[in-house]
Design a protein around this ligand. Structure first.
Ligand SMILES: Cc1cc2nc3c(=O)[nH]c(=O)nc-3n(C[C@H](O)[C@H](O)[C@H](O)COP(=O)(O)O)c2cc1C
Length: 202
């Protein structure tokens, strides 16, 4: 099993299922100790989309993991704590994923204007030349959104849009979430069977 220790951040864009399915897949398919930061708005959007009343990041983690068992563990970091471990380049990490990523968090990262631990953690990733994957969600995009994605890409980040493919014939929402989760894991070199590679048998 691949060892991977990353910072996972969940922000308040629509598409809570993408973050939840990624956390679940990371737990099931990797070993290591990752960190999880959940913004207050991410909790609000999760509740809107799942019809739940989750109030804390710990409850979010429990809900996202479900019955998923694995050897990946998660340390919860406080969104407001700009002095938390991911705020420093001296904390070792294999990179960071923001899924889903709001246009507000994208803008903060693209402009180096960090006011919470998610934005600061992403800023650290870029300056340390570590892998940073953001999964933005908005529709349509304004020119500002597009420019921010360009800036982030130019700075070394990877924009992985919340745009699942349909050629895999998804049967339910979880399949759509797993498509994006698999794409993210692929960028970190994690083998998975969350969807079939194109033109493979059965
Ligand atoms: C139900 C709901 C859905 C939202 N969907 C989006 C979205 O798809 N994309 C986006 O950029 N912002 C969306 N927002 C707005 C963000 O949550 C808002 O900009 C917030 O400040 C983001 O903060 P965060 O990035 O720190 O979580 C949504 C807000 C709510 C309440």
């Amino acid at each position: 099993m691949r060892s991977l220790s990353i910072v996972v951040a969940i922000t308040g864009a629509s598409g809570a299922i993408y973050g939840a399915r990624f956390v679940r897949a990371l737990a099931a398919l990797t070993t290591g100790q990752s960190r999880l930061i959940v913004s207050p708005t991410a909790l609000r959007v999760y509740n809107e989309e799942y019809g739940t009343k989750i109030e804390t990041p710990a409850q979010y983690l429990e809900a996202a993991l479900g019955d998923s068992k694995g050897s990946q563990s998660f340390v919860l970091d406080d969104f407001r704590d700009v002095g938390g471990k991911p705020a420093s380049g001296s904390t070792p990490s294999d990179g960071m994923v923001i899924v889903p990523c709001s246009m507000k968090t994208l803008a903060a990262i693209a402009h180096g204007y960090t006011t919470n631990l998610i934005e600061r953690g992403a800023d650290v990733c870029l300056k340390e030349r570590r892998r940073l994957v953001v999964v933005p969600r908005e529709s349509p995009y304004s020119l500002i959104h597009l420019r921010n994605m360009t800036s982030l890409t130019e700075a070394g980040g990877i924009v992985l849009p919340a745009s699942p493919g349909f050629y895999q014939r998804p049967q339910n929402l979880e399949d759509l979430g797993d498509f994006i989760a698999g794409r993210i894991l692929g960028l970190f070199g994690v083998p998975h069977q969350l969807f079939k590679a194109w033109l493979t048998d059965s």
